[in-house]
Design a binder for this molecule. Sequence first.
Ligand code: FAD
Length: 384
Amino acid sequence: MTETSEIVIAGAGPVGAVCALALKQGGLNPLVLEARAIDVPVNDKRTLALSYGSRLILERLGVWAHLTEATPITRIHISHKGGLGRAALSAVEEGVPALGYVLAYGQLHNALEAALKEAGVKIRYGTPVEAISPGTEAAKIKTGGEYPEEFAAGLAVVADGGRGGSAGQPVFSRDYHQVAVVAGVATELPHQGLAYERFTPDGPVALLPNGKGFSLVWVNPPEKAEHIMSLDDSDFLAALREHFGGRQGRFISTGPRARFSLKLDYRGVRAGERVVRIGNASQTLHPVAGQGFNLGLRDAWELAQSCLETPHELLGSSQQLQKYAASRRKDALPGIGFTDVLVKSFSTSNFLLHHLRGAGLMALQTFPPARHFVAKRMLFGRHG
Ligand SMILES: Cc1cc2nc3c(=O)[nH]c(=O)nc-3n(C[C@H](O)[C@H](O)[C@H](O)COP(=O)(O)OP(=O)(O)OC[C@H]3O[C@@H](n4cnc5c(N)ncnc54)[C@H](O)[C@@H]3O)c2cc1C
């Protein structure tokens, strides 16, 4: 038998969860289908740098107050290896309490899961969505797993991180041939809210203040990343010191490492009649500029607002989704372009580009309007 629901969301990752929560708090009744079984803990080693704009959304949802572990970033130091030119962004200069906040994917996930439960959002765990078919009156959703089911929805929202089959093929894809190695590290000197983004020909390396230590995102070509993963802790810390330099003193200790292959996949928001994609299902980005989740969060928030403003009989209609998609393109495409240019122009040893990079960083440091532009975009996305 087919179960009918006004809105079905495939995926209860952070983006799907924010969308479901915003819809529920606004008076709608979404059904969330999540592939992970309820008793399987989330073991994702990613650390997220949330923008100030994301904090404002999480505050409005009542989730921010529970994210007490989030570490504020008050300054960002940007440099490139082997060259002159560096830039510094600061929260004081931008007139905000922090440029962003760092927290573990798992911490955000747990806070959102608790909020969904408290709000009474209907979630089916252990229910992987296998296929979504668009339709004029309703989208059809088929689930797999032990007990396959069928659902009909006025609006089907794909929020599976691009991991399930239902997100469809990307319209644009780029394999960066880079792998991010992530780990928690402790340094000799305290971070005092300072984040580092250092560009090297192999790929960027970021140190994000997190708790008492840093979260490291160290990007390399696949073979080098493989080698880094195989090192014992003391060789790993020595290699990191060699690569990053001594600004934070010695690297003292490290936690478990994990790796992520990096690519750009752009599918876009529209996925057929009555079907829409949000978050990584719509766009998967290189983490260099820390844009992916922040963009996904804005997808989720704007979709919920669009649903709440749309008359009930037009919920999920082409009219609603076209307007929503046009608005999201204006936010997503510049963010995707910025990230892509950053990866390509900074991950090269080309002599000319090397000097252009240095000049770019110097210009950023010298001209406050350029600095404000970059900072505002990081803080608020398009609305910056
Ligand atoms: C190394 C690294 C560092 C990053 N750092 C940052 C950062 O600093 N700042 C930032 O903004 N972004 C960052 N990102 C990007 C960020 O992690 C993603 O944009 C974000 O997690 C996307 O959330 P999501 O909910 O769309 O997808 P996901 O987090 O992938 O969640 C998808 C959910 O859908 C479920 N699911 C999967 N398949 C199915 C199915 N078939 N049916 C039902 N459910 C399904 C999954 O179990 C999961 O719960 C980083 C990414 C990487 C790899």
